[in-house]
Structures are given as C-alpha cells and as structure tokens.
Design a protein around this ligand. Sequence first.
Ligand code: AMP
Length: 547
Amino acid sequence: MLGLMQDWPLTVDRILDHAHSWFPKREVVTRSLEGPISRTTYGNIWRRAKQVTNALQGEGIALGDRVATLAWNTERHMEVWYGAMGMGAVLHTVNPRLHPEQIAWIINHAEGKILFLDTTFVPIIEKIAGELRTVKAYVILTDRAHMPSTALANAMAYEDFIEGHAQEARWGGFDENTACGLCYTSGTTGDPKGVLYSHRSNLLHAMAANSADCFGAGANDVVLPVVPMFHANAWAIAFVAPMCGAKLVMPGAKLDGPSVYELLESEKVTFTAAVPTVWLMLLNYLRETNSKLTTLKRVAIGGSAVPEAVLRAFEDDYGVEVVHAWGMTEMSPIGTIGKLLPEHYAQGHEAQIKAKLKQGRALFTVDMKIVDDEGHDKPRDGKAFGRLMVKGPAVARAYFKNAGARDAKGECLEADGFFDTGDVATLDELGVMQITDRAKDVIKSGGEWISSIDIENIAVGCEGVANAAVIGVAHPKWDERPLLIIEPKPGANPTKEQVLAFLEGKIAKWWTPDDVVHTEKIPLGATGKINKLALRETFRDYRLPNV
Ligand code: AMP
C-alpha cells in the first residue's frame, strides 16, 4: 500500500522559491570583486536567477547541459547557481586554485557549454581558451563599466547577459534524481573525478547539514560561508541559508584574516565555516590586533582536522563554539559532525576538548563503518584503525562518465555497496569517529600505523610554529619513520629540541618524529589541505640522521 501524501519532487529550485516567498527581504551581502560591499535580497536573487534561466535558454542551454562557473562566493554566483539548477542544467563549479591545465582538462571532460567567470580569472582563461573545446560563450561576472578588455571570443558582461530578460521562468518539473551539480575531486592521484550531485541528494543533504546538531542555522542567523561554492557546494551553505532564511554574507575574493574579520564584525555574523588555514589566519590577526569577536557564536571547521590550538583559541579565548565536521566531495560533502553527547558533557573540560578534536558522529543519512583490508568490520573501541566506509543518499555511487569504475555498472562501490572514503579512522564506543590519516599518508613503522594528522595537530600548538606536516621517510629497520616538517612563524626559530619536547607526553613515544626540519612554506593544495605529494617530492632525497 502506498502512502497518500503529495508528490513534491525534492528539487533545489524549491529552496530559492521558499526564500523568495517567505524571506524576500532578507539580505545577501557581498564583498564585490569590484571593491565595494553590495547588498541585495533573496527576492532580488530569485528574480535575477530567473533572468539567468531565460538568458541561458536564449543561448541554447537545455536540461542536462553543463554550465561552468569559475567564481568566488558572491550574489551573482548564487544567481547563476539557481538560474542553471532551476531549469535542470548542471551547475559545474570549477576550482580556480587548480593548475590552468587541470582547469582546461576538467571543463573539457565536463563538456561545459558556457563559462561564467569572475574578472580575476580572465587571465587564466585567456591562456587556456584555445584548448576549451566545448565552451561557446564566456560571461564575465561584472557590469559593462567594470568589464576588462579581453581577448576571449564571445565574452560579455553578466549584467548585459541578463538585461532585458523576463523575471519569470519555469523551474523544476523534472525528476528529483536529475543531475544538479558537478564538482571534481582534487585529484591528488590520477585525473580529477567528477561527482555528479542530484537535486534530491543536494536537498536531502542540505536538510541534514542544517539539523540542530550540525550547522543548526535559522532565520535569526547571519551566515558567512568562507568555504567557497567551488569546494563541494560551500558545504551546503548555498542551499542551507536560503532554506532557513538566514542573512547571507559572501566574502568574494578576500579570504585573509583582516577581510574576514571586518565582515564578521560589520555584518554581525553568527555562524561561519571554512578550512583550518583560514582560521589560523583569522586567529593570528585577532591576536596581533588584540581584537574581539563580538557576534560570532559558531564556527564550522572541516576539510582537514581542527588543530588543537585553533579549537582552544576559539572556544577558550573567544567564546565561539567549534563545530568540527568531516566529509568529502563525494559525500556532498558532510559525513560527520563533532557535536558533543551527554556522555561528554558528564566529563570535564579537557575530556570535552579531546572529544571535539575527533571528527564526530554520523549525520542522519550517513551510514558508516571501519573495516580491515579484507573488508571485515573493526571494533568500535576508539583504538582499532580501519578503512572508513560510507553509504547514503548523498554519497556518490559512480563518478561522471564512470571514471574509477569498479564494476560493470560503472559504479565505484565495494561489494556491499559501501563507498571507500580513502580515509583511515577509529570509531569509539559512543560512535565518534576519528580520522587517523589518508590511507596513502599513514606512516607504517614496524608493521604498526602512525597517524601523521595527530602529530601535525599537536605540533601546530608549539610556540613559533605556523604550520606543520608529517611524512613517512624510508628507514632500513622500521620501513618508515615520521619526519616532522615545520613552517616557522615569521621571525621565529623553533628548534628540533623545543618541538620534540613539546610533543613529549602528548603522543606515544614510538610516534616521536625521527627528525624535525624547517621549510619556508608548507605547500597547500587547491582546497587548502597540506599537499603531501609535493612534500614527499621535496624530501625525496632526505635521509634521517639516525640511519
Ligand atoms: P575533499 O573532497 O577535497 O573535501 O577532501 C576530502 C578529504 O579531506 C577527506 O577524505 C579527508 O581525508 C579530509 N578531511 C575532510 N575533513 C576532515 C577533517 N575534519 N579531519 C580530517 N580530515 C578531513
């Protein structure tokens, strides 16, 4: 027997429709690429997104066509986002931090027909335009007055592109499983792979991501996604904010400490989200200028593990709650959330800090387990490490064009339908997950595993250390031993002895790095994570002193 409830396909156009109906005057504030702070509303964004739909259709874009964007978080990016998704085109966010050749490869692979780009990215695209086989038109996200002179053929200013188009257009009316967004993984091994979100997966994921124990944002919140829309849908915030009617603050191209701080204070932001490197910059700025955070209540941190020093600074020094999140592009992206449980609250402050450093428990819609190399379940004892496997309606089952397929159906799943995250983790008795490493970064020493992430997170708390990375280097007896690479703070010179003394007692003795070396800058990848591949390359000929 089927239920007798209405059929209301879960398509994301309904999110902006809802914001337009119920929060039409709620502000969306942008630090524009042109410079000034601009202010609009969900009502205006809805009307202009409809113009985008009409303009796209005028260019021949139809259901399923890929519409690419190379853009920061701005109101115009939101308009293109909903204008394309609403009509059933696939919004393909491209990460501008990738190498231009990779950008060209990705746009070609996705077969983008039209590319919307910020003025800052025009030089990049001019260089590779000759290689872009499918792009027929370039829309530069500005007005005529700010239009750069460009060699790009068929380039037009965004304001001209939408001008004169009707502010009404039909959205939705297609199956909720229709493709909605396309985002490529960073591709640290092999070519990048396309994750093709559906309307249904994005909508369900946004609802889960905004549950009380996750972002928990509402119409009284002011939300600043520092995490870019090209990084897995700004962790769902581009959907969450209009869904709940929160005021939205878009940081544009300026993600440095002073700029983020200025927006946090001037717009009275209550909730924000980004990777740890952004918060290291902000916290440094706060300390240098002796500034306070007067309105911020919660900060979501993910993409890589929250360093203990960052957690303590936010919670203890500035009274801001840290929401530690883990996920990946293939998971839309959020998988777990580090909100504490009653059992944690029954313990002291230090135990709570320790629990918050873990990546957290599964969001509803995520099923999760850890297994050994043969696929057997590992115990939930907080000690046993295993490959982290996930399942759910917002988890990829295949990559675009069947890249990385493991079976004849083109899917990328294990035999039991679980997706292998490539992370290694523990699960404790309370179901709280802790990432111990990327499977390929874990250091195998004498048959045992050493977590590079653990050591890094502790090391960044040491005085004079700006950033830290641990890689495994060859050792004749133990196979591999950890090498700690330190990026000192400007003017600081933390010695090997000081750093090792700081680690003592905080990690198992046999995890102690065999050497500590300095580097000017720890290389970061396109999504702000430490680029271990580059570090391994730099230190390829390095020999440990005790060998
Ligand atoms: P991406 O698809 O670029 O978002 O990268 C996903 C990967 O980032 C995950 O598989 C993890 O290895 C890593 N990651 C994300 N969040 C965290 C976190 N909170 N702690 C540790 N690693 C994380």
